[in-house]
Design a binder for this molecule. Sequence first.
Ligand SMILES: *Cc1c(COP(=O)(O)O)cnc(C)c1O
Length: 372
Amino acid sequence: MKYKVPFVNYPKQYQDHKKEYLEKLDDVFSRGDLIMRKDLEEFERKFAGFVGTKYAVGVNSGTSAIYVALKAAGIGFRDEVITVAHTFIASISCIYLVGAKPVLVDIGEDFNMDVKKIESAVTKRTKAIEVVHLNGRLCDMEKIMAIAKKRKLLIIEDASQAVGAKMKMKNGEWKKAGSFGIAGCFSLYPAKILGAFGNAGVLATNNSEIAKKARLLRYNGEDRETRTFYCHSHNLLLDNAQAALLNVKMKYLPGWIKRRIKIANLYYNGLKDVPAIKLPHFGDSRFYDAYFHYVIRVSDRENLKSFLRSKGVETIVSTGFPNYRQPAMKPNKIFLKNTEEICKEVISLPMYPELTNEQAGYVINCVKEFYY
Ligand SMILES: *Cc1c(COP(=O)(O)O)cnc(C)c1O
């Protein structure tokens, strides 16, 4: 089906900067710079600069970034990591993949880890809190960092959905997603806020040891300078050509985030008077949201979804089912009340920089038509 308003629009993003992408690729291919070359280094410098960390290490997916971060932080067998169920499964899977145990806590109205639920989940085995900044909004990092400090826990951030989201700290400083913990992990999957032309990811850190270990872990345990293999690992490299294309995109990233916020404001003003809908504006001026997904809550999601589909508006439901009930996590006795409720109600409206004001207006009118 051809949608009037598709959920993502990859061809449009390509068309908007086609000449630059093609010139960049021609340059990279003509140089023969395919694996671990200067474009990858340039991207890592640029991305670290954007997030506000000393280092960034490119990898081949967000999943790899989380895996590498946990592994580099020394998390493994018999360790516990506190995280949430309302996320993409990779946040949880990577904890299993390093041999540790995920301990899932409930979420709050902002879809993020409920700070009040953290301390009672801490045991002697807890090593880290893996926060997930969902939908382009940060978790309350001021409070989470205080808990982590008190209980001597590491913080790993799954910032896959939060490139450019930030928070104002008590000292007045704005800090970006991925710069709070021992490592910040980002997915650069095409539909993410910063998307590659395929799979890609990156890990950001201020810790030189973590950066060094991440570099070993992303390529067979090898220290490239001494050609020495220090551990066994996978090959998780970010392709140099992808990095080169990401370097083109880095220029546009701040503008793209502003555009997302503009669209969120259009949705807010258009829908705030519809009583049946809860909008994702949580009204705390410490937070600067990047609006990865514009997730609304409604009680009749399936009907709304099919109505919008009939009008040519594509929506998606991401995490519409608690991850602890997926076969990969069975058996368990987990039941998280807010996670259950929120999973039943969430639906994401189209949100990307290429979406026009007219398209956003059309989506608003269709949603209103359903309710009036
Ligand atoms: C997209 C995403 C991932 C995984 O990223 P990939 O690049 O697809 O491996 C992990 N966590 C969250 C929260 C995500 O949204």
